[in-house]
Write a protein that binds this ligand. Sequence first.
Ligand SMILES: Nc1ncnc2c1ncn2[C@@H]1O[C@H](COP(=O)(O)OP(=O)(O)O)[C@@H](O)[C@H]1O
Ligand SMILES: [Mg+2]
Length: 337
Amino acid sequence: MKIGIHKKVGSYSDRWIEYCKENNIDYKIVNAYDSNIVEQLVDCDIFMWHHHHANYRDALFAKQLLNSLETAGKKVFPDFKTDWHFDDKLGQKYLFEALGIQAAPSYAFYDKKSAKKWIDSTTFPKVFKLRGGAGSANVQLAKSKKDAVKFVNKCFSRGFSQFDGIRNFKERIKHYRNSKDTLFGVFKGFGRMFIKTEFAKMHPKEKGYAYFQEFIPNDGYDIRIEIVEDKAIALIRKARKNDFRASGGHMDYFNHEYITPDVIKFAFDVYDKLSMQSCAMDLVRNNIDGKLYVVEVCYCYGVDDDEFDHGYWDRDGNLHNEKFNGLDLMIESVIKN
Ligand SMILES: Nc1ncnc2c1ncn2[C@@H]1O[C@H](COP(=O)(O)OP(=O)(O)O)[C@@H](O)[C@H]1O
Ligand SMILES: [Mg+2]
């Protein structure tokens, strides 16, 4: 058995390669961007690629490559069910509805007229999102009908760039004030208002659809769960000051008391329904009905230095105070299956 790994420094491949070395697993480094990538993988049974939503090249063809190899009988990570809706909240709307997953009710429109008709008949606030993006970068509150109309007009005219330099700069200043970013980071953010990221230059504008979610009233935190097979990491992410958004705010806490048995049960139920190899999910608890709602799911997640130092939960809701490595679980699970 041989594993082909697309190597990118700073991605999961760092750990996957180490894991293969430590466990004497036959592996080969391949380059997914080469036109002959399929040929490079001829002698491999498994292909693993931690592709990233903010790399325009990955966004262009990672899913297509992985799905082609899977169709041809290779084991891949991430596989089709894990990956097709990655960085695609619009796709996830239909997925959650089809699977009966309790998620924030959502509304999608593909023309201006129907979007405006809905705006006239609904209540506010609503959450407005682009289908892609992370760290709350493309998530905003439509507090009123006026806000919603403004968003919709832009959706069906010049569209949205997935990277907004001004919003990014403001965010970096806020983070700097809260000691979550450096002065250098703020300068970089300033420069980014003029020099676009490669992704922003190459990625087409987001337009032709408008996507809203029902705002789920909550106590100012998300529950983030990361599952592979039978192990779940759980943490709390607090919302930014005077803001409803937690993702990207860097206020993560491993407060185990928030991780009640119903959270673990709900998360594993969702994970099983989705049939994903690895799943990070954002949940919010509605502080009116007390129920948990899925906000979004993702096959990968940012790994902090202490990510795997706080123990894990099993399917029965027991907390195991043991160190482990979630990235190892991904490779172990691919080999085992
Ligand atoms: N429907 C919602 N109701 C309440 N809060 C939400 C809702 N959707 C998103 N949020 C908040 O906004 C943050 C960012 O939204 P999310 O969809 O997770 O986008 P991202 O991909 O940028 O993480 C979440 O972490 C959550 O705190
Ligand atoms: Mg999120």
